[in-house]
Design a protein around this ligand. Structure first.
Ligand SMILES: Nc1ncnc2c1ncn2[C@@H]1O[C@H](COP(=O)(O)OP(=O)(O)OP(=O)(O)O)[C@@H](O)[C@H]1O
Ligand SMILES: [Mg+2]
Length: 486
């Protein structure tokens, strides 16, 4: 249940089921109540009918009871009661039964006794109630009415009916509810899932749009503001405002880096020219010469760093356009290969350069491509101990061209692999023995940018101690097309 949609569905189902249960229970109780009321009315009507009949009969016959023992209602009067479908009992003034109808006779003796004891002697007011009978008889609802228009012979009538008879309707209701609740549960689950999905759709769309803003370069994107004017619209507006602020901060940061490295370049050049001049000055003492030499080395490093920073800052700003032209990549590879061979010789490494026999025409910025290849080759040489080998290969693969730089060097730990293209990132010197190797950690960041600006990709495979293999894949001229000016 880790999605909002799932949670909404769950709570919707719970809420609906609870509502149905509460509603059903209320309905059931109400039905039961009103069924009992209806029964009471029926019993009261029947009791009233019996009383009136007794009164009428008394007026006509002036005696209703046969004088035998036990005393009984006269046959003629009693015959009229046989049609009453509920239980009917007639009592004399002392509370003794004068008559019981057929349904009463079918009860067991103890139950009849209990019913017969209901009114007691000389009742004066009507009573309605529930009588609990002995044995396994269900409870009875009864209405008792005093009879006062039949002289001294008749005292009361009682009409009764089983409560279970009226409970039948509500019990039915209960049964169908038990059957219907699981169905409601399933139906509400499906409906809830569908409704929650609909409600969440704009959120998902918003999420997708926000997800597309992956890095500093896609901050110009904005999410679509829904026209609904609801909370989501507000969220979209807020997000857009946040993107705008972020974009502004990012561009200020980039502008600052670009400006700073640009501004630093001029004094650096002046400084370098001064040092160079002093180096060749005939009067400079030898101990100063040594210091000047170190200074020049550091100045050159600083200059390289400024160049790299400026390149990356301009690339971020989109102000580093590629000068694209058709070029035979073989020439480029061979050219870098020559430099590499010199480097390899210095470091006691074997070097192999392999290119296809026919021209490999690709639309590239030759200067940048040169830089890319040189970065990879200098890394390979730098991170391969003496006695190892380095390979530079140019391969074709359908619509793609691959530049491969492989070495037998120290390799890269798998935990480091995701970081090697990050700016200023260098492997932990303690782990990978890069400590004695100079560098700032910008080479691969620039390499990656150059590959991607050409519409290509760069990937690396490496195992510590087993060497590394960098592969740059570029689309051929016209295929896919490099993102010029990116
Ligand atoms: N061929 C390789 N073999 C082993 N490790 C490598 C190789 N190429 C790169 N690395 C690791 O990746 C890190 C980053 O490389 P990157 O070229 O960006 O920086 P650098 O060579 O240290 O400095 P520079 O900015 O001068 O190139 C290196 O410091 C090194 O740890
Ligand atoms: Mg490098």
């Amino acid at each position: 249940m880790n999605t909002i949609r799932g949670r909404l569905t769950f709570w919707y189902t719970v809420a609906l089921t609870a509502t149905v249960l509460v509603f059903g229970t209320a309905l059931y109780l109400e039905r039961r109540q009103s069924s009992v009321r209806e029964l009471d009315q029926r019993l009261a009507l029947e009791a009233d009918f019996a009383r009136r009949w007794i009164n009428e009969s008394y007026n006509v016959l002036s005696t209703l009871v046969r004088p035998n023992d036990p005393r009984e209602l006269q046959q003629g009067v009693a015959a009229n009661f046989e049609g009453v479908r509920d239980l009917l009992l007639v009592f004399d003034r002392q509370g003794r039964t004068l008559y019981i109808n057929d349904p009463v006779r079918q009860l067991n003796f103890a139950a009849i006794e209990r019913l017969a004891a209901l009114p007691g002697p000389a009742p004066v007011v009507g009573v309605t109630g529930t009588a609990v009978l002995p044995g396994n008889e269900p409870p009875m609802r009864y209405a008792q009415l005093p009879v006062d228009g039949a002289g001294t012979e008749v005292g009361a009538v009682v009409v009764a009916a089983r409560l279970s008879a009226v409970a039948f309707g509500p019990a039915d209701l209960l049964q169908s509810m038990v059957l219907v609740v699981p169905l409601i549960l399933v139906a509400s689950g499906v409906l809830g899932w569908f409704l929650a999905g609909r409600a969440m759709r704009p959120v998902e769309r918003l999420m997708d749009e926000v997800q597309e803003v992956t890095d500093g370069r896609s901050l110009h994107r904005r999410v679509l503001v829904p026209t609904s004017g609801d909370e989501l619209a507000r969220l979209a507006v807020t997000l857009n405002e946040m993107f705008a602020r972020l974009e502004q901060s990012f561009s200020q940061l980039r502008r600052f880096t670009a400006d700073a490295s640009h501004e630093l370049k001029t004094p650096l050049t002046v400084l370098r020219a001064g040092v160079e001049r002093s180096l060749i000055h005939p009067g400079t003492p030898p101990e100063v010469l040594e210091a000047l030499d170190t200074n020049l080395e550091q100045l050159n490093k600083l200059n390289e760093l400024m160049d790299s920073l400026l390149t990356l800052a301009r690339a971020d700003e989109g102000r580093a356009p590629l000068a694209l032209e058709e070029a035979d990549l073989r020439a480029l590879v061979v050219d870098v290969g020559e430099t590499a061979e010199m480097l390899a010789e210095q470091h006691d490494l074997r070097m192999r350069v392999a290119v296809p026999e026919h021209p490999v025409q690709v639309l590239v910025d030759s200067h940048r491509m040169h830089q890319l290849l040189l970065n990879l080759v200098t890394n390979a040489v730098k991170y391969t101990p003496a006695g190892g080998w380095v390979e530079v290969l140019l391969e074709e693969e359908g619509e793609k061209v691959r530049l491969v730089v492989r070495d037998s060097g120290i390799g890269i730990a798998s935990v480091d692999l995701p970081h090697i293209f990050d700016r200023f990132w260098r492997a932990d010197p303690a782990r990978s023995r890069t400590g004695d190797r100079p560098g700032v950690g910008l080479g691969l960041a620039i390499t990656k940018w150059i590959a991607e600006a050409h519409g290509g990709t760069i990937s690396v495979q490496s195992r510590p101690g087993r060497g590394s293999s960098f592969v740059v894949t570029l689309p051929r001229a016209g295929a896919g097309g490099p993102a010029a000016g990116a």
